[in-house]
Design a protein. Structure first.
Lengths: 595, 126
């Protein structure tokens, strides 16, 4: 027979409930009865049932004792260890169990996340600078200013492998090196917080939960490139982020962490906040600089890059919020640590806003290289209401829609590009089987068309024509050859637009054609929307067999085009029907069909 | 406030590490209401008010504070409750009534309200 072991829980909860005294009492009692050699007493980690501690588990039988007190020990040894009968009052039964609270590491949403940029989320009060300092805040800046040369800082960031989190993925250290080497004075640092993608809120959340992390990163960048003036260009639609950022800058000035002679050194650096007016193109760095200078936000030809000629024609370094929030961790923990996380070409973590048809919508930070499947199904908990997954779009309105067959794509800059999408700034929109992919493409082109600044003809006129064709297809006016025209236009718009907006706007069209061409063909050839979304192509009918005549549909119909006697099958008058779908939604018997 | 130096920065850090990480003898409980835009849009201000109103008479050894979003927007409003010497508990989908029950059962009597809790513990940092 296996030797008996008594496992005493040594978790924080049980220890504070006196489990160490239980251990001592057990050892004394066993020794007193000469059983010390036969029964092993072991201290274990937390059992997770802290509410009923101290917990004691007897192996090999796996008997579970709860709420054990030192005075219970003699009885426990007598009755169970010797007699083999556990005292009932100490036994833990299923009835007593009640709902068990899992650990954070057991909650799928949190289990696969790994926090760097968001490491203070949910922990510190973003309006309290001292709480940030308590979490090693401004230690990286202090180290940089007192022990590192500018070159050493740039070298550390370069070796970390950090790449721009705004979307393009340019190596941050190299960008800094260009700005440092550029001739011109003064130099500027800019934080791009103009997060314009629909459904994306990574940057907003970072600024809201940890504004000082962004400020500290910017100050370190300013020191490295030799700048003492900086701007945060932030969306006007983010009032809370704006308020917390302004407060944080004010506090940092009060504590001498911004302004003249920071931390008593001869480094001076200050930040101004500039509020954007909601133009998507301002996410592009040269447009952002134009807007900051008070000009119309339009991109310009690069080179010269902002590192050579940026704000007011001076050397300027722009990074996105998430990039800045990573900097202090790289300085404090080193390039080697950072580059040990992630994939071959993409280091560290990435923050994504996970939205759409997914159970756990939210903000997630995951190591680079994790697969889309893990994000959508493990972290996101899969698709609600038992529906099937259809596609996930990464990278905002100009990202691509990837199907089930691409779910094992690792999330890094190169792999996503190869699959036809982009990393973008980190929006992830999940779509289920009730989503029409032609309509999705039409929706996103409508967005980019509206947001095109109009400078480049292919982007301004091309997206308009693509939108017209896509609208025609969704309305049943599509023609043979439309798909080829769309593909040709998409290629040309991508190749001939000046900035990222035009270069990526056709991505949703190209990927939906690539992966869901059958849906386009059904719209064009059969005048049918397989997902039952495009109103002009669908009709609602009532299945006579399934209809119970409950009248729910007839009562809800806004144009009263459903008729029928109570308890007899109802009929929809197709000439009056406006295809609002109310009858479909209210029917409890699945009698309303969409075709 | 005089301007910080590296030394005084370290002093604040050492002092605040005790404040951020709740330890025994420094307050009986710490409650964090997660107040990002998502939380506020889901009613986090009412939750904060419910905590303030209900905790009022319970004494000032309970730290009530706010933070940014906890990430799981679907289950906002959320709050984290930690009693001294115990692991933090994340409560989700809160209402003022749930807040009052949490204060009564968890904060005052020390037993977690499992029905409203998502998980115990903290997130994995890199």
């Amino acid at each position: 027979m296996d030797q008996m072991s008594l496992l005493v829980c040594g978790g924080t909860g049980c220890t504070s409930n006196g489990s160490l005294e239980i251990r001592t009492a057990l050892e004394q009692e066993l020794a007193r009865r000469g059983l010390a050699q036969d029964v092993k007493v072991v201290t274990t980690g937390c059992n997770g049932m802290c509410g009923r501690g101290p917990i004691l588990v007897a192996q090999p039988e796996g008997v579970f004792f709860h709420s054990v007190a030192p005075e219970d020990v003699p009885e426990l040894v007598e009755a169970y260890v010797i007699g083999g009968k556990p005292p009932a009052r100490l036994l833990y039964t299923e009835e007593q169990r009640g709902p068990v609270i899992p650990k954070m590491s057991e909650v799928p949403f949190y289990a696969k996340q790994q926090l760097i940029a968001l490491s203070n989320r949910g922990i510190i009060d973003p309006e309290n600078l001292e709480e940030y300092i308590g979490r090693d805040g401004y230690q990286a800046l202090s180290r940089v200013l007192t022990t590192m040369t500018e070159e050493e800082v740039i070298d550390e960031v370069t070796r970390s492998g950090l790449r721009g989190r705004g979307g393009a993925g340019f190596p941050t250290g190299r960008k800094w090196a260009f700005a440092r080497a550029a001739v011109g004075n003064p130099k500027y640092v800019i934080c791009n917080a103009d997060e314009g993608d629909p459904g994306a809120f990574m940057d907003r959340s970072i600024v809201e939960s940890d504004p000082h992390a962004v400020i500290e990163g910017m100050a370190i960048g300013g020191y490295a490139i030799g700048a003492s003036e900086a701007f945060v260009y932030i969306r006007g639609e983010y009032p809370l982020a704006l308020a917390r950022l302004n407060l944080a800058i004010e506090q940092a000035r009060t504590y001498g962490l911004l302004g003249e002679n920071i931390l008593g050194t001869d480094f001076s650096f200050d930040i101004k906040v500039s509020v954007g007016a909601g133009a998507f193109v301002c996410g592009e760095e040269t447009s952002l600089i134009a807007s900051l200078e008070g000009r119309m936000p339009e991109p310009r030809v690069k080179p010269p890059f902002p590192a050579q000629s940026g704000y007011m024609g001076k050397p300027t370094n722009i990074n996105n919020v998430e990039t800045w929030a990573n900097i202090r961790h790289i300085i404090l923990r080193g390039a080697e640590w950072f580059s040990s996380i992630g994939s071959e070409t993409s280091k560290g973590t990435k923050v994504f806003s996970l939205v759409g048809k997914v159970n756990n919508t939210g903000l997630v930070e995951v190591p680079m290289g994790i697969t889309l499947r893990e994000i959508v199904f493990d972290i996101g908990g899969g698709i609600p209401d038992g529906k099937k997954f259809k596609a996930v779009q990464s990278g905002g309105p100009s990202g691509g829609c990837l199907p089930e067959s691409k779910l094992d794509t690792p999330v890094d800059y190169e792999s996503l590009t190869k699959a036809g999408s982009i990393m973008g700034s980190g929006g992830l929109i999940v779509m289920d089987e009730t989503t029409c992919m032609v309509e999705v493409a039409r929706y996103f082109v409508a967005f980019t068309q509206e947001e095109s600044c109009g400078k480049c003809t292919p982007c301004r006129e091309g997206t308009k024509h693509m939108l017209d064709i896509l609208t025609a297809i969704t309305e049943g006016r599509g023609e043979e050859g439309d798909i080829e025209i769309l593909k040709t236009m998409a290629r040309n718009i991508k190749a001939t637009s000046l900035c990222g907006l035009g270069q990526t706007a056709p991505n949703p069209v190209l990927t939906t054609i690539r992966y869901f061409r059958d849906e386009y063909e059904a719209h064009i050839r059969e005048k049918r929307c397989p997902s039952g979304v495009c109103k002009p192509l669908i009709s609602y009918t009532i299945d006579k067999e399934a209809c119970t005549g409950c009248r729910a549909c007839a009562i809800s119909c806004p144009v009263t085009c459903i008729t029928g006697e109570r308890k007899l099958p109802h009929v929809i008058d197709q000439t009056q029907c406006i295809k609002c779908g109310m009858c479909f939604d209210v029917c409890n018997f699945n009698a309303v069909r969409v075709e | 406030m005089s301007k910080l130096t590296p030394d005084t920065l370290n002093e604040i850090r050492d002092r605040m590490q005790h404040g951020v990480i709740l330890r025994e003898g420094e307050g009986r409980a710490k409650i964090v209401v997660h107040m990002g835009t998502c939380g506020i849009a889901s009613g986090a201000r009412e939750i904060l008010t419910a905590f303030t109103d209900t905790l009022g008479p319970l004494g000032d050894d309970i730290i009530l504070t706010t933070s940014g979003c906890a990430g799981l927007c679907k289950h906002e409003p959320m709050a984290t409750v930690q009693l001294a010497g115990q692991t933090p508990v994340k409560y989700i989908d809160l209402t003022p009534a749930k807040v009052r029950k949490i204060i009564e059962e968890h904060v005052t009597n020390g037993s977690m309200v499992a029905a409203y809790a998502l998980a115990v513990g903290s997130e994995r940092l890199s």
